[in-house]
Design a protein around this ligand. Structure first.
Ligand code: N01
Length: 537
């Protein structure tokens, strides 16, 4: 690359993170002939799939779609065993990718990046790790994952608990044996809802502590046989083409008509078909489901009918039906046997809205009505400081020594999700301001990394040392993300998309809600227009 300085940096690029996005970034950027150095907090590759080893952890995007598309041989050689792959299989897949492309050698594992500081004169980043290593690089690439900083609520007495406590997002590698134990699960998001049926099957007794009920749709998971795998692989090209054009990064298109443009019979058949497809896909049966209140209510009513039919005790069913947010405005959970679990005599659901947790004591959870739920083990399925939590753990300083935390104090500020003014050559991949968590993250990662590769090639070809988002472009993108979200029902849920689950976070809708296909067009146009909105230095 064009250096333009007297002393060369140690490497061209530092990539932070060895999850789905970081791994592909290392592969692609090395392919450009760049010297790339990676750092990863975990002891191996995998990112979210390295940490989230709780029982029942499974992807909510079909395995055929939740896999890289950049290499046809890789795509053809890997055999997924189930429609929705479980965590161990996805981790094996990412390990296979790392081996196949020799990616592990680029990384220092078990190493957290502590700080990244811009040398404004030389336009270089100095990256420091918790192991005392210092590396200088021209480009700094954050592939930190949106759901990698776990969140454990500050409940009084937590440290007094005499049993074991585990967070789903930092599960012990050796697993946890709940046999014969009285277990409590706190939290009913995707992690809790996936873990509950398996823990119930092992524990002597399970208590599920639910603050907000959530919408979940059965995955309809099943093994894949050779014939289906062969069909999928033969159809990959078209499947990927449709996925890249879609909102969610999978080939499933919403019904062509709006909810109330079709007769009731057809509407029910459409909901039934989506229900059968399973899981999170239910949020997009009709194109207006997340923008029109009445359309949303119709989808919700169908969902409620299905769920009530699965739960024996109507009082328990009452608790399991959300009343505080429209369906799909928090990610719909993709479960296997969740609702039927509450028909077991050894499982109890506690509604914390009616009876909040007072404190944790040595023997268990004390509720507001004075009762003590005695427990031997507590599972915190309490989620993540999403999207910005992992960025916050790194002390990032840009022009004038300005901390990124300060620049983002009122919410993440990016242009296209990729860069921030004052932080030249620092790229955020598949994070805030991009479709990331609202679409199949594997295709989001490929989209971002491919754009980045094109950008770095452009800088090289035109003799630029750096690229930096302009302030007005950042302002414009922040407004665009906000306005697009405001035109939907998403603002009505206290979701982690809005940082609403973390005390003190500003209430800002962080992802780009317009979908993968639309976003892909926008970033491609920006590149074609000579990186409009960026300064090329
Ligand atoms: O976290 P969450 P998650 N007292 O934030 C409760 C992805 N994912 O780990 O809603 C009591 O959704 C909280 O209650 P409330 C997926 O994108 C995917 O489950 O704030 N309860 C909520 O019930 C998902 O959306 C898969 O009232 C407290 C729960 O904890 C995202 O990760 C699997 C509490 C947290 O739910 C996050 O999911 C797993 C308190 N003080 C995760 N604090 C797949 O399927 C929090 N809660 C691929």
């Amino acid at each position: 690359m064009n250096d333009g300085t007297t002393s060369a940096p140690d490497v061209d690029v530092v990539v932070v993170g060895a999850g789905v996005t970081g791994l592909y970034a290392v592969h692609r950027l090395r392919g450009l002939g760049l010297r790339v150095r990676g750092f990863e907090r975990g002891d191996d590759v995998g990112g979210v799939w390295f940490w989230n080893r709780y029982p029942g952890a499974r992807c909510d995007v079909e395995s055929v779609d939740y896999s890289y598309s950049f290499d046809e041989e890789l795509q053809q050689e890997w055999d997924w065993s189930e429609k929705y792959a479980a965590q161990p299989e996805i981790l094996r897949y990412l390990g296979h990718v790392a081996d196949r492309f020799g990616l592990r050698g680029a990384y220092s594992f078990g190493t957290s990046v502590r700080s990244a500081e811009l040398d404004e004169e030389r336009l270089l980043w100095t990256v420091r790790t918790d192991r005392g290593e210092t590396v200088t690089a021209r480009f700094c690439v954050f592939a930190l994952g949106c759901l990698s900083a776990t969140h454990a609520p500050a409940i009084p007495g937590m440290a007094d608990f005499a049993g074991t406590t585990h967070h789903t997002g930092a599960w012990p590698h050796e697993g946890v044996d709940f046999t014969g134990l009285r277990v409590g699960v706190l939290g009913t998001g995707s992690s809790g809802i996936q873990a509950v049926p398996l823990i119930a099957g092992q524990a002597a007794h399970l208590t599920v502590f639910q603050r907000s009920a959530n919408y979940s749709v059965p995955a309809g998971n099943r093994p894949l046989d050779d014939a289906e795998r062969a069909r999928q692989k033969a159809g990959y090209a078209e499947r990927r083409r449709l996925s890249r054009l879609s909102g969610g990064g999978s080939p499933h298109a919403a019904h062509p008509a709006r909810t109330f443009e079709v007769p009731e019979e057809e509407r029910r058949a459409a909901f039934e078909e989506r229900w059968r497809l399973g899981g999170v896909l239910y949020s997009k049966t009709f194109p207006d489901q997340l923008t029109d209140r009445a359309a949303n209510a119709a989808a919700r009513a169908f969902w409620e009918e299905k769920v009530r039919a699965m739960v024996d005790d109507p009082a328990v069913a009452d608790l399991l039906v959300p009343v505080d947010h429209p369906i799909g405005t928090k990610r719909i959970v993709t479960d296997s046997g969740y609702y039927a679990t509450f028909n077991r005599p050894d499982v109890r659901l506690v509604g914390l809205r009616e009876n909040p947790v007072e404190r944790i004591e040595a023997r268990g959870v004390r509720l507001a009505d004075g009762t003590l739920v005695e427990l031997d083990a507590l599972v915190l399925a309490t989620g993540f400081d999403a999207m910005t939590g992992a960025v916050d753990r790194i002390e990032v300083r840009g022009r004038g020594g300005r901390p990124l935390k300060e620049a983002w104090a009122a919410g993440p500020r990016t242009y296209l999700g990729l860069g921030t003014d004052g932080f030249p050559n620092l790229f955020h991949l598949a994070g805030a301001g991009s479709p990331s968590v609202m679409a199949n993250v594997v295709l989001c990662a490929e989209q971002h990394v491919d754009w980045l590769a094109g950008c770095l090639r452009h800088l090289e070809a035109h003799g630029h040392r750096a690229i930096e988002a302009r302030e007005e472009a950042v302002d414009g993108w922040v407004a665009e993300c906000r306005d697009r979200a405001a035109a939907t029902l998403f603002m009505e849920a206290d979701s982690w998309y809005l940082g609403a689950n973390i005390p003190g976070r500003p209430r800002v809708f962080m992802p780009f809600v317009g979908g993968l296909g639309v976003y892909g067009e926008i970033i491609a146009e920006v590149a074609e227009a000579g990186y409009e909105g960026f300064d090329l230095i």
